[in-house]
Design a protein around this ligand. Structure first.
Ligand SMILES: [Zn+2]
Ligand SMILES: [Zn+2]
Length: 630
């Protein structure tokens, strides 16, 4: 038996013999304990057909630790180790159960109601297009742009009952961004008599439908008949610490290797998500109807004494709070304000026009006697683009008093929701769930099905991004300053802003169905910004085209592949890469906040180079392939 140990720094494989006395199965994936240099370590069998070299008598395995991932997942981990420049054992850990699984449950026959013809729904045609008869078996990948307020269970049902998928051997894996969502979705499927599970052992046994969050991309299904990723734009799919793998990419590669279709959905698919995938849209009217109503409030001429709160905002708040059915039936009035890591805004002291970069649109900062763009580096003179005046002022608010000011203004109780956005521990669920081996042992379940974890029961809530992650329903959502996000000094500003607006839209519900006041209210000094136009119209096509053109000309992903190198040893490693990378087209540059950026034509060149240059041991270097926030 060839064994990969769980010692991350050790990439070598070792051979062992199965003791004659063992009665448990030892196959590829089985978790074992072995003796290594006088100590015992854990590991996985990665090859069960090994002939040891002549004269070598392998040591016996020391312990049997139960079932592990199946052979295709072992191979997938090898690929992921290359793709995200991390240890194979890390990925095998994510794919393994937290506690030993010694026995697998018996698999029920069939997917439950799968194949029931009475289930036709609005997505059947879209799904059929995505998995055309001829394309099944080729591992095609599709992105469906579906507006945010859609109940995606119809889509899930459409996929698990599609005749082309029912006819294939294996299980359907469904990924969602959070553990809470996975539990709710699995519960709804089970109540409708579908054989769905979030359990590791059931998945390993080959349950027909497996649901989970990020780490479930590694669910131990022996065979995948289709992969479905809901809300694929959600940043929770991406592991934050290195190796910075994306569950969307893992799920896609996994389906491709199995020759099975992969369908990802998003209300706002990014250029990266659209690359290499066929895109299917709903009819314009259906997409539009699935976004919330949007009101933009132009703050350019705002009297500074009215602070953060426009007349339009106060009017909306009063209407919602005065309606006896408002907060009670629809949820609180949510006010969102988050300036961490966001744009610093300069506005014309005369007319209130924001100072933006003429090349990329980001908010610019004063630099010497001129203006400089922190996103793309363009410079221009310090002149208002609207009125030609020369004086700028910083747009500033005291955040600490926001809650008090709001309470006084509305004469209502106001609760605050801040802190981490919760979803970051998406890899973890109850200890028996798929992907239970990911992350640290303290990362318990989060965002339970009720969603009511510690949120103040006040009619008005104000908060940072956490308020959009932890509150599930809202009468209306107010972005007190959407410009902080729209004009943030990062190329991902548009993708991030759209994700926030989609999330808020889902909290409020579709336009034309609720009370007239149910809406997103966006306070802005750039009311005609294409992103705001698109969301107000409920049609993202133009923004998507603009983003793609910008990324192509700036040679950003998906038109290149990036890795960031940070930490005290980054400079030395960057030098080594530069030297080894001559002729490969990989370039290295310094990042403004420290560290280095490696840029290549594609992941082939980038990951081959990273794999070929040995890395210093220890914690002095972090390599993040596909870094977020560039
Ligand atoms: Zn001006
Ligand atoms: Zn710029």
């Amino acid at each position: 038996m060839r064994v990969r140990t769980d010692v991350p720094a050790l990439s070598r494989l070792f051979d062992y013999a199965v003791p004659d006395t063992w009665t448990d199965d030892v196959i590829v994936g089985t978790r074992v304990r072995v003796a290594l240099h006088g100590r015992r370590v854990g590991g996985w069998v990665v090859d069960d057909d090994v002939t040891p070299p002549e004269g070598v008598e392998p040591l016996p395995l020391k312990g049997w630790s139960g079932w592990g991932p199946p052979a295709p997942v072992i191979d997938l981990a090898e690929w992921a180790a290359w793709r995200w420049a991390g240890p194979v054992s890390f990925f095998l850990g994510v794919a393994s159960p937290l506690r030993p699984v010694r026995r697998l449950p018996a698999v029920p026959g069939g997917a439950g109601r799968a194949g029931d013809s009475a289930l036709a729904n609005a997505f059947d045609e879209m799904v059929a297009q995505a998995i055309r008869e001829g394309a099944v078996g080729e591992g095609t990948s599709t992105v469906l742009r579906i507006p945010p307020t859609t109940d995606l269970i119809d889509l899930v049902l459409s996929v698990v009952t599609a005749p082309q998928i029912v006819g294939r051997p294996g299980s359907v894996v469904v990924l969602v961004p959070s553990v809470g969502w996975a539990e709710r979705l699995c519960g709804r499927l089970v109540r409708r008599s579908y054989r769905a599970t979030t359990d590791w052992a059931a998945a390993r046994a080959g349950w027909p439908i497996v649901v989970g969050s990020r780490a479930a991309a590694w669910a131990p299904l022996p065979q995948v008949s289709a992969a479905l990723v809901l809300d694929a734009h959600d940043e929770a799919y991406k592991e934050e610490s290195a190796p910075t793998y994306s569950a969307v990419d893992v799920g896609t590669e996994r389906a491709r290797r199995a020759g099975s279709p992969c369908i990802v959905t998003s209300p706002c698919p990014s250029t990266v998500l659209r690359a290499g995938r066929a895109e299917h849209l709903l009819p314009v009217t259906a997409e539009r109807a699935g976004w919330s109503a949007v009101e933009r409030v132009d703050r350019r001429g705002a009297d500074p004494r009215t602070g953060m709160f426009s007349e339009e905002f106060v009017r909306l708040a009063r209407t919602v709070l005065d309606d006896p059915d408002g907060v009670a039936r629809r949820g609180p009035l949510v006010c969102f304000y988050d300036r961490t890591g966001r744009a610093r805004l300069l506005a014309c002291a005369h007319c209130g026009e924001l100072a933006q970069c003429t090349t990329c649109g980001a908010a610019v900062a004063q630099h010497g006697t001129g203006l400089r763009c922190p996103r793309c580096g363009s410079e221009r003179p310090l002149v208002c683009a609207a009125c030609g005046k020369l004086r700028m002022k910083t747009v500033r608010v005291g955040v600490s008093r926001l809650r008090e000011e709001l309470a006084a203004l509305l004469g209502s109780e106001v609760g605050e929701v801040s802190g981490p956005a919760v979803a970051r521990s998406a890899g973890r669920a109850a200890s028996g769930s798929v992907g239970g081996g990911a992350g640290g042992p303290s990362g318990g379940p989060s965002g339970g099905p009720s969603g009511g974890d510690g949120i103040p029961a006040t009619p008005v809530l104000v908060g940072t991004e956490a308020v959009l992650h932890r509150v599930r329903r809202a009468a209306a959502v107010v972005f007190l300053d959407i410009d902080l996000h729209l004009l943030a000094p990062r190329f991902s500003a548009t993708d991030e802003t759209l994700a926030l607006l989609a999330r808020a839209s889902r909290m409020v519900g579709p336009r034309h169905t609720g009370p007239a006041w149910a809406r997103l209210l966006l306070q802005t000094r750039v009311p005609d910004h294409p992103v705001l136009e698109a969301v107000a119209r409920g049609d993202l096509s133009e923004v998507a085209e603009g983003e793609e053109a910008m990324r192509r000309s700036a040679r950003l992903p998906p038109f290149s592949a990036l890795a960031s190198l940070t930490g005290p040893l980054a400079a030395g490693y960057a030098d080594a890469l530069r030297e080894a990378g001559v002729g490969t087209g990989v370039t290295l540059s310094e990042l403004p906040d420290g560290g280095y950026l490696a840029q290549a034509q594609d992941h082939g060149a980038l990951c081959d180079l990273l794999a070929s240059v040995p890395r210093p041991g220890g914690r002095g270097l972090r390599v993040a392939v596909d870094p977020a926030a560039i």
